[in-house]
Design a protein around this ligand. Sequence first.
Ligand code: AMP
Length: 195
Amino acid sequence: MNLVLFGAPGSGKGTQSAKLIDEFGLFHISTGEVLRDHIKRGTDLGKVAQEFISQGQLIPDELMISILDDVLEKDAKGKKGVIFDGFPRTIPQAEALKELLAKRGTELHAVVGLEVPEEELVERMLNRGKETGRADDNIDTIKKRLDVYHNQTSPLRDYYHNEGKYLPVNGSGVVDDIFNDIAKGLEKITGAPRK
Ligand code: AMP
């Protein structure tokens, strides 16, 4: 089962991914984490990524897609399924994902959309910034990231809805309740058993 965890920044994609990995035994790819790891290691890619991330902007599609292709090739081979967290964020990325999966003889089964009111997103990111020191969780960058989400990423809801893959979930409230809604929805869509 290949799954996209979709939602605005701060919607709980990382938190719910961690639970899905345990429950369904999937391999997790967070493009944000991949980029932050490059920044930490001071690679050339990390230097490029830092410029965009600190401005709250997306890494250009072509670069992001080739990074993902690489991760799939090196780390995801032989896994029984992948959770994509933070990818795709644009329509061209969604088209590329379709091709990357088709090339490997598989496809995307479902897109879980975590829907959370904007005030709650801002509050969660400000708290995360305080707790983890994550550099782009400051109010100015948060506002830019939300703009980018509305302009470039939210059209993917309709895109996946039209493909019959979009599973909306109320992402506001208690972590375990949200997870149960996701798991129930996935069982219906994919027939994938929980462990
Ligand atoms: P995240 O951890 O998913 O919130 O991502 C943090 C930042 O990494 C984003 O604000 C973007 O600058 C960059 N990023 C992560 N995933 C992508 C992607 N799929 N396309 C472009 N930029 C991305």
